[in-house]
Design a protein around this ligand. Structure first.
Ligand SMILES: Cc1cc2nc3c(=O)[nH]c(=O)nc-3n(C[C@H](O)[C@H](O)[C@H](O)COP(=O)(O)OP(=O)(O)OC[C@H]3O[C@@H](n4cnc5c(N)ncnc54)[C@H](O)[C@@H]3O)c2cc1C
Length: 537
């Protein structure tokens, strides 16, 4: 039976995969609908203090649809953005091309470094990628450089490309350098107003100056200028196959309430991120039974991208709450890596507001947690955050690396056999543990080169082997066959023509480096193929 198909394409999610796809389809004249679970954030609404809308609650999005979706799965926690612009709103701005060797193994035959280069270039241009001017680099940069020299890795030290607009006139030694009046307004290539960076340090809690070249200011601007209809606060649950396309089932949350709503399109592109797209396909296959033929590999091959954080405290001020989140890196991804492990270490900053917020929250929690078995762990964490708050002498050594990429996402009932099916992550540290030990060891070596007062590995790791990642990857792996993965090299779901995944869920293995540029480049590649095949390019 034929259905009235209302859109040429529905894109679910407006992060790196979704924004690129929506822009290119709309530019080609397609009627595009973008469904995004989060809000459209305006500078005046970005969270700043303890009472603000920091968190997104997947169980009650109608009540709480804030900035950060922080998901705790026991041994692994995942941090993600929620809003029009997806992860670009919250991310640390690093937009980097991985080394050639990244594509040597685990990828479909058609995907390789050379094939992706033109798309990496395009993404770099649209996101207006640039390096921080050398005259503006923070203290952390010098510490990283010194650390690299101390371990004989000076040749591996580099500035990182950032999606931030810098003003060469900005001067740290000028009076009140971090004041908003040090930012200068300009109109970007997509006709949107932005401001230049004043190093205020609010990158991850929302750049109110629009110095961050977030997706709402470029790719999504292109999409909307070409007629794409972007609807925030629409949470997609499942996708149903129709004779001539797909029906997308969602809830629209507004004013504390939610209501069911559905839309139809010839093509559907899931870009809800590693967790989001995998969950939508799991619900469509296992709960609703709409898409029973999806590969058995769905949910498998999930990776934390080997992310690991170690803190060190120094006599000298490091100002971790100022300057863009990351400025430079030491690259151990090529060759023999670091003692066989492939690692990319960056100088992590900590926005002053999140530090103040979490410090405050933990201090309050301490009162009622004092009696718990985790008292020591929490006290250590609180002490560390307290130091960060007052001393400003801390460096957060932040690495990505190549873990075993053997996590598995699935649906499970909340309480044994009762309750609603919820997304669950099986993560076993066994095959990745050596890798993380080497990362921690490397962090400590780099810190020691800078006369540390103390070095702190998070007790969540030392005591429990628990980790947190802001870089979830996989779940709908790309592969050459349905036996190996969920989507083909074009991002199309095996067995379901016209249904695609375009986001971090399709990355088949840990990249060991910040993933957003690769996710966007793959989306550029795959949407170009989709348009060519549809004869509408
Ligand atoms: C604090 C932090 C710092 C980071 N720093 C960096 C960095 O410096 N460089 C880098 O490369 N990466 C960084 N990342 C990671 C980066 O943000 C992600 O890798 C990237 O955003 C993933 O792109 P994506 O398209 O897969 O998904 P996302 O960008 O996460 O987009 C998915 C979108 O889908 C929406 N969505 C999810 N579920 C649904 C649903 N059911 N219905 C409708 N919409 C839905 C989400 O709200 C979101 O907008 C950082 C992440 C965090 C949290």
């Amino acid at each position: 039976m034929s259905t009235e198909i209302r859109f040429d394409a529905i894109v679910v999610g407006s992060g790196f995969g979704g924004a690129v796809t929506a822009a290119r389809l709309a530019e080609a004249g397609w009627k595009v609908l973008v469904l995004e679970r989060g809000r459209r954030w305006l500078p005046q609404d970005m969270p700043r203090g303890p009472g603000d809308d920091w968190f997104y609650d997947v169980d009650e999005p109608h009540k709480q649809n804030g900035w950060l979706d922080y998901r705790w799965f026991g041994d692994m926690s995942v941090a993600m953005g929620a809003g029009v612009g997806g992860g670009s709103l919250i991310y640390g701005n690093v937009s980097i091309i991985p080394p050639r060797t990244t594509f040597d193994k685990h990828w479909p035959a058609a995907i390789n470094y050379d094939a992706l280069q033109p798309h990496y270039e395009t993404v770099g241009k649209i996101l207006n990628i640039q390096e921080m001017p050398l005259e503006q680099v923070p203290k952390r940069f010098d510490a990283m450089k010194k650390g690299a020299a101390a371990i004989g890795a000076s040749s591996k030290f580099q500035l990182v490309p950032l999606a931030v607009t810098f003003d060469p006139r900005w001067d740290r030694n000028a009076p009140d350098p971090y004041n908003d009046d040090k930012s200068h307004k300009f109109i970007n290539a997509q006709g949107r107003e932005q401001g230049t960076c004043n190093h205020c340090g609010f990158c991850c809690s929302g750049c109110h100056l629009k110095a961050k070249n977030t997706l709402d200011l470029n790719y999504l601007a292109i999409a909307e200028d070409h007629g794409a209809d972007i609807r925030p606060l629409h949470v997609v649950n499942s996708v149903e196959r129709l004779a001539d396309g797909y029906r997308v089932h969602a809830i629209h949350v507004d004013g504390g309430k939610s209501r069911d709503i559905s839309f139809t399109a010839s093509k559907v592109i899931l870009s809800a991120g590693s967790l989001g797209s995998t969950e939508i396909l799991l619900r469509s296959r296992d709960e609703k039974k709409y898409l029973p033929q999806i590969s058995k590999k769905l949910g498998e091959g999930w990776s934390s991208n080997g992310d690991f954080l170690t803190f060190s405290s120094h006599k000298e001020e490091m100002l971790p709450t100022r300057s863009p989140t990351i400025s430079c890196a030491i690259n151990f991804l090529d060759g023999d890596g670091y003692e066989g492990a492939r690692i990319f270490v960056e100088d992590g900053a900590l926005g002053d507001v999140p530090v103040a917020y979490f410090g405050h929250a933990l201090m309050s929690a301490r009162k009622w947690l004092d009696a718990g078995w985790y008292k020591n762990l929490l006290n250590k964490l609180i002490r560390q955050l307290g130091r960060l708050n007052t001393a400003e002498h801390t460096i957060a050594w932040f690495a990505q690396s190549v873990d075993a990429s053997d996590g598995r996402l699935c649906l499970k009932k909340s309480w044994a056999h009762f309750g609603r099916l919820r997304l669950h992550l099986d993560w076993d540290i066994k095959k990745s543990e050596d890798n993380f030990k080497k990362v921690n060891e490397l962090h400590k070596k780099l810190a020691r080169a800078n006369d540390p007062v103390s070095i702190t590995t998070l007790p969540t790791w030392t005591l429990l082997r628990d980790l947190t990642t802001p870089h979830p990857l996989g779940g709908c792996r790309m592969a050459d066959s349905q036996e190996q993965g969920v989507v083909d090299h074009r991002g199309e779901v095996f067995g379901y023509p016209g249904l695609y995944v375009a986001d971090g869920a399709i990355i088949p293995f840990a990249l060991g480096i910040n993933p957003s540029r690769t996710i966007a480049a793959l989306a550029e590649r795959n949407v170009a193929i989709m348009l060519a095949e549809a004869g509408k390019a």
